[in-house]
Design a protein around this ligand. Structure first.
Ligand SMILES: Nc1ncnc2c1ncn2[C@@H]1O[C@H](COP(=O)(O)OP(=O)(O)OP(=O)(O)O)[C@@H](O)[C@H]1O
Ligand SMILES: [Mg+2]
Length: 364
């Protein structure tokens, strides 16, 4: 996909009206208002017509989500989990799913680290960072220097001299503040990860080891103990990088378009998971999400039936519908779940599908 003309949105200048804000958090506007008096919470008012009305930035919402969590008002996981988005086919909304799921889980009060594991850096771009330009080049374009990428997973794992070792704190991005999803971005250089993994011992377990040690605070450069969910966005290829993320995962998330090729890609995944189970004694759960779905198409329904047969119990009840909101949100520089113009057909459907995913995560 082409992110070259992606616009710059200043996330601190995005203001949501109470109803949209409440929808993001899955609460009523009355409940939303009750957080106004919490310590450290400062809800702004803006003139809408003649009366000043409350407005909320994305960062406000994630902060309220974390307060809700501290009061025991949100769902919690039994253990920290790792998820990979993967379908061995391009353009099936993998990145859209990863980025918006990271937003959704954040709104539900979970601490999320989204790792962009695709050297194309699409998840990175979707959250407003530029995988290609230098800080100086960005400033020349009127974009803040911190929207530049200063390293990727390669620099944090640094298994090879191809990557300069860096600390997570120096590389990580927090587009919506501390309480929102964190992003470990990608840049073109991440491509070398393939070579680095290939040259290392325990090839298939580099990421799994990294995560398990990071969660136990055994890595000086990366403390991962604070994250409930680590979510990998993958390239469409079956590379060593992708394989590593899958071996490290508790759940594989597969957004599937209702066409022959996507269903075939999913069948291949089925075979792959079976060999995983034999080889590593690991079998991550699968969640297949019908996406770019067009209602009332007989062929789409036939593919859906085939899909459900292939992965019984694994296909979400809800679907993500084909909608222009996705490209319009991109044009506004925001993921669809954070874009005010999103409708029931896009953001509404997405919340319901991700609600099902969260329900499964809670059970794991
Ligand atoms: N439900 C939808 N309706 C319409 N357009 C969509 C929908 N979901 C995603 N898109 C658009 O489809 C395009 C591809 O999406 P995305 O980048 O998420 O796919 P991908 O699977 O990550 O691609 P790649 O294989 O290149 O990594 C984007 O322009 C996105 O905005
Ligand atoms: Mg992608």
């Amino acid at each position: 996909m082409d992110f070259d003309t992606l616009p710059y949105a200043d996330f601190d200048q995005i203001f949501y009206a109470p109803q949209f804000a409440a929808d993001c958090l899955g609460i009523t506007t009355k409940a939303l208002r009750s957080f106004e008096d919490e310590p450290g919470m400062e809800v702004r008012r803006m003139n809408r017509g003649s009366v000043p009305a409350r407005v909320y930035t994305p960062a406000d919402l994630f902060k309220i989500a974390s307060i809700r969590r501290s009061k025991g008002l949100t769902k919690t996981l039994q253990r920290p989990l790792t998820i990979s988005t993967f379908v061995q086919k391009g353009g099936t909304a993998k990145t859209t799913t990863s980025v918006n799921l990271a937003m959704y889980l954040g709104f539900m009060g979970l601490k999320v680290l989204l790792i962009d594991n695709d050297p194309q850096g699409d998840a990175t771009s979707m959250l407003g960072y530029d995988p290609d330009l230098t800080p100086e080049e960005l400033v020349d374009l009127g974009i803040p220097a911190d929207r530049a990428v200063n390293g990727s997973l390669g620099n944090i794992i640094a298994t090879s001299s191809l990557f300069a070792p860096k600390g997570l704190a120096d590389v990580i991005k927090k587009p919506f503040g501390e309480y929102g999803p964190h992003l470990l971005p990608a840049e073109g250089l991440l491509e070398d990860m393939e070579v680095a993994i290939n040259a290392s011992a325990n090839q298939d377990f580099r990421y799994a080891l990294f995560i398990s040690k990071g969660r136990k605070r055994e890595l000086p450069q990366a403390d991962l103990s604070g994250y409930d969910v680590i979510l990998f966005d993958n390239a469409p290829s079956g590379s060593l990088m992708t394989r590593n993320s899958m071996v490290a995962s508790d759940m594989i998330l597969c957004p599937i378009r209702m066409d022959k090729f996507s269903c075939r890609a999913l069948a291949r995944l089925g075979n792959k998971l079976q060999s995983f189970a034999e080889e590593y004694q690991r079998s991550p759960d699968v969640a297949a999400i019908p996406t770019m779905f067009i209602k009332n198409r007989p062929r789409a329904m036939a593919h859906l039936a085939a899909l459900s047969q292939m992965f019984p119990g694994k296909v979400t009840e809800g679907k993500l519908y084909f909608s222009e909101d996705y490209s319009k949100a991109l044009e506004s520089g925001l993921p669809v779940l954070g874009w005010k113009g999103a409708s029931e057909n896009s953001a509404g459907a997405m919340r319901s599908v991700f609600g099902e995913i969260l329900e499964r995560l809670v059970q794991m």
